[in-house]
Design a protein around this ligand. Structure first.
Ligand code: GUN
Length: 304
């Protein structure tokens, strides 16, 4: 069993980004800029946002964290997003999810200007990604692809089982792995909460690659997988004793895996790194728009 080390991979990607940013800055250009909106108090979100801001520093980006109280109305939040959309000093905007229950998260996502939507959650970016067009790709899914690429794990022609159909992880990664992308061309099964247990077991037991994103500690057990499987554990669950664990019973499952992501230090780190790639792309799009007086939304997303 070998570890898919998200820390090493993320640091290598961010170092590459920082080098590219230094070239721009040395030639007199401004730094890339990311704005993060955080609504209310949610301990995991606090920790995710902290690591995103920290990574901006490593990448040579500027960043702004805008905090709003839990009580903010949807219309006030939308007004703030509209203001950031119109501010050419910021390249990328994310609203950390979840937002409080009285706010419709899809309305918030839909309000972000697609060229600033570095999370890749806006229907324009999600649709473009689905159609195989250049787009900001959802960060966790993109991060998983970059991790597979970094460790040269073959994906083409493999049988992948994705468990969990969230818009943030399961749905986009199932599309990306099956699309004709550089890391793609797999045969993908998307299993979810309504998948009968027997069918789930049939699928996981013959999977070459499993991506699990269900938020249940120990969901994947030893009896569910075949020898040599590549295991991508997206879960980040805090146990009552304070320990962070994924969705895989790591202790017993890891021995059967050819590769497995640790938690922490696996997919979580890659989500942040992918967000940095998307921010750099947003920035480069803006530079091209300034220089060529073209529309900011261009088909030049590549850091492959
Ligand atoms: N909450 C959990 N994952 C994410 C993510 O990738 N982006 C945002 N904005 N919120 C999240």
């Amino acid at each position: 069993m070998k570890l898919l080390d998200g820390k090493i991979c993320a640091e290598s990607l961010v170092a590459g980004i920082a080098k590219r940013v230094a070239c721009y800055v040395n030639s007199g250009l401004r730094k890339p800029h990311m704005t993060v909106i955080l609504v209310g108090e949610h301990a995991p979100s606090e920790s995710y946002v902290k690591s995103k801001i920290k990574s901006c520093v490593s990448a040579g980006f500027e960043s702004a964290l805008l905090r709003f109280p839990e009580s903010i109305s949807e219309s006030d939040l939308l007004a703030n997003i509209a203001e950031i959309n119109g501010n050419s000093a910021t390249d990328g905007l994310i609203v950390q999810l979840p937002v409080p229950k009285h706010i419709n998260s899809q309305n918030i996502i839909n309000a972000i200007d697609p060229p600033k939507d570095i999370d890749g959650f806006h229907p324009t970016n999600f649709g473009r990604m689905t159609l195989g067009q250049k787009a900001f790709r959802p960060a966790t899914a993109y991060g998983i692809c970059k991790l597979l690429q970094f460790y040269e794990i073959p994906v083409k022609g493999k049988h992948c089982v994705v468990i969990g159909r969230s818009n943030i992880v399961g749905k986009p990664i199932s599309i990306m792995l099956s699309n004709d992308f550089e890391i793609g061309n797999a045969t993908v099964t998307l299993a979810h909460i309504e998948t009968p247990r027997a069918l789930l077991l049939d699928e996981t037991r013959r999977a070459d690659i499993i991506v699990v994103a269900v938020g249940i500690p120990g969901f994947i057990t030893e009896d569910m997988v075949k020898e040599g499987v590549v295991m991508i554990d997206v879960g980040i669950n805090r146990l009552n004793n304070g320990k962070l664990v994924g969705d895989v019973d790591f202790e017993h499952v890891s021995a059967k895996c050819s590769w497995i992501t640790p938690v922490p230090g696996g997919v979580g780190r890659m989500t942040v790194a992918a967000l940095m790639i998307n921010t750099l792309m947003a920035y480069e799009n803006n530079l091209m728009a300034y220089e060529n007086n073209l529309m900011a939304y261009k088909d030049n997303f590549s850091l492959e």
